[in-house]
Design a protein around this ligand. Sequence first.
Ligand code: ADP
Ligand code: MG
Length: 334
Amino acid sequence: AIGKTKTNDKADRATVENAIDPRTRMEIYKMMNKRWFQDSNGCILTRKEANVYHATKSDGRELAIKIYKTSVLAFKDRARYVKGDRRFENEYCGSNPRKMVKTWAEKERSNLSRLKAEGIRCPKPYLLKQHILVMEFIGKDGCAAPRLKDADLSLDRLREGYVEMIVAMRTLYQKCRLVHGDLSEYNILYNEGHLYIIDVSQGVDLDHPLAFEFLIEDCIHVSDFFKKHGVGVMTIVELFVFIFDALIADDAVDSYLEEVQQKLLARGDVSIEDENADRLFAKEYIANKLVDVKTMNGKDILDLYYQTIPGLLVAAAAGPNNLLDDAESQPSED
Ligand code: ADP
Ligand code: MG
């Protein structure tokens, strides 16, 4: 059956049917005929916020069906993500909404596959038809996993979640060569002890002209959420460096993070001034002014940063280890 619950309520059905245009409905029926999922009453119930539906396959497997909105307003903002992405630029012609939406769905599938291939927790994409994406359902028994925003986690869980998320962001960048572009507590689901990244349709390649800008926005949104809930977080620039710095060896990531935790404890609260300076540096300097951040390593950026923001420099120097200095060397000297 499709939908969270079955209902015979005519009003409900009408609302739902109205939300889906005839072509989309036709595609859905075709999928049903091919037994992609079953349905008993022809009615799909939407959940409140989004055009994502729950369905069940005949073997009982649960599916999420995302139907992209075809209204012009829905993808007006998206051009900045697609323009500059070599994979999709050509197909994204500003004139035909249906085509644009199809491109959007294709982008989500392609990005999800890249995440999945590198072991990042996310829904596995199964099938794409036009602007309808069938994917793994994150949740159980028709109940979608809560968004991080609504998950109400303990402080310990949140601390684990922070580390899990920044490691995923690093993998996303280093291995998938992608920046999410809309990462926040709204697009992260909490399921069985882990965080799942969703809604990757706007994710961009690293060579996208705005990739750093998007990455820094993602860093800020993720940091703000965890910070607001009492987790000690890195500065935006430190987080950017952790994600960006290819010199941190894969097998050194754990010890790097351990040292970061130590350093955060030693640093205590960062002043509002330093925090503002941190954001400004990240936004103005990294995202816009450094002509070629790509040729720098993390240490270069941090050197510049600590020169620019003396308060943080002092705080960083007060830490037990000069963490970020020897990040690329062996962590063996005690
Ligand atoms: P939008 O572009 O509308 O934000 P999302 O991909 O974020 O679309 O999906 C909207 C909501 O649907 C999410 O906040 C989440 O609650 C739910 N959702 C999306 N994909 C899945 C999935 N694979 N499994 C379970 N719930 C999902
Ligand atoms: Mg979303």
